[in-house]
Design a protein around this ligand. Structure first.
Ligand SMILES: Cc1ncc(COP(=O)(O)O)c(C=O)c1O
Length: 393
């Protein structure tokens, strides 16, 4: 099976030029993406405005349908947006914040833009509650569950934490939220394409994410899933003409909303980004996320073993069932060390308060992990070898 995944390597040209271990940030571009972008340019060149009625206008839906099995949702439930922030904004615009149920409850490990967005909704009456976490790796599930009550309207919840790769117990949070009448917005950005998802079975009210990372789909293709029974009850306030049931009638005044998922759209779809996203979705579907997960756990385990042998502190769960696709290694002067790694062709990134994030995907090899760790040991030793001998978490 390993060999069958490695046969994909020639499809990702960047792998020939460096040790690419940063798929939690920007997945490698498939060759096929260049062909699809060329198709976009050719279509615009040859068909001009007719392209809208020859597939472009429906491209949000067709792209969402291509992604649906990766997320574990049915076709016709996903709308496409520029990014997660916009998708979250559209969700927030479905609600009012002036009644007794106006709390947004989230942990302090959510992605910052989720916080910034809802902080902005304080002006409409929203009350934002942050549940503190015990450390940089995990959240406190019980504290989060206790914070969700009849005053809670929305719970934005990262299925996988961006800082540590920790997989949260989303089912428990969704169950508690539903017991008290709250809605969960599951952010699957750091999971989609790396960790098998069955969002429909989890009964999340909403799910959001983007294509930049494990889906290898590039920027500009964010997605919004709304559970069908929830979707038909909601009237988003942040909409545009693409959300209208007859957009080309150009009716004035209030919108006669389209059925879901189009009713959650704003304006003109981001066509080039949708062309770009297609190749990654196709490849991830063809391989299957289950197979990717098996490979990913093997490579992250190898990284952990090597880091432990070197005495590095790990800011990532060691337990396979709690760890997604990235491993975070916290060494002194981590930012400078990550820059040196990049200079030597090992592409990783650094996050303050976490450490150096290293993320193998299905196209990486054991040899690349060894190379990255050998260089990291060399760099840290040459910087004084002052490694923290703290027990890994
Ligand atoms: C969990 C999570 N949510 C959201 C985002 C970013 O959202 P946006 O698409 O608005 O840039 C990231 C990006 O790193 C992320 O890791």
């Amino acid at each position: 099976m390993v060999d069958s995944l490695l046969r994909w390597r020639p499809e990702f040209p960047i792998l020939e030029t460096c040790t690419y271990l940063v798929s939690h940030s920007l997945g490698a571009m498939p060759r096929r993406t260049a062909a699809y972008l060329q198709e976009y340019a050719d279509t615009w060149t040859r068909r001009g405005v007719r392209a809208w009625h020859e597939g472009w206008w429906e491209m949000g839906r067709t792209t969402g349908d291509l992604l649906a099995p990766v997320l574990g949702v049915r076709r016709g439930t996903i709308s496409m947006h520029q990014n997660v922030t916009v998708a979250m904004g559209i969700i927030a615009s479905c609600f009012t914040f002036d009644g007794p149920r106006r709390r947004i409850v989230m942990t302090d490990h959510e992605f910052p833009s989720n916080m910034y967005l809802f902080e902005g909704f304080r002006r409409y009456g929203a009350e934002v509650v942050y549940v503190p976490s015990p450390d940089t790796v995990r959240t406190d599930l019980q504290r989060l569950l206790d914070a969700i009550d009849e005053r809670t309207l929305l719970v934005p919840l990262s299925y996988v934490l961006f800082r540590s790769g920790y997989i949260q117990n989303a089912r428990a949070v969704i169950e508690k939220a539903h017991q008290v009448g709250a809605h969960v917005i599951l952010d699957v950005y750091q999971a989609a394409g790396a960790v098998p998802l069955d969002i429909e079975d989890m009964a999340a009210d909403f799910a959001v994410g983007g294509s930049v990372k494990w889906l290898c789909g590039g920027p500009g293709a964010g997605y919004l899933y709304v559970r069908p029974d929830v979707a038909i009850r909601l009237t988003p306030g942040f909409i545009g003409w693409a959300a209208h049931s007859t957009p080309f009638a150009f009716e004035t005044g209030p919108a006669a909303l389209a059925a879901p998922p189009e009713r959650f759209q704003s304006g003109t779809p981001n066509i080039p980004a949708l062309y770009a996203a297609r190749a990654g979705y196709e490849i991830i579907r063809e391989i299957g996320v289950e197979a990717i997960r098996v490979r990913s756990l093997r490579l992250t385990r190898l990284l952990i073993d090597r880091a432990q042998a070197a005495g590095f502190r790990l800011n990532t769960p060691l337990d396979d069932s709690q760890r997604a696709g990235a491993v975070v290694i916290d060494v002194p002067d981590g930012e400078a060390v990550s820059q040196q790694l990049i200079l030597q062709g090992v592409i990783v990134d650094y996050r303050p308060g976490a450490g150096i994030r290293i993320a193998p995907h299905f196209y990486n090899t054991e040899q690349e992990i060894d190379r990255a760790m050998n260089i990291m040991v060399e760099i840290t030793s040459s910087r004084g070898g002052n490694l923290e001998k703290t027990a890994p978490k």
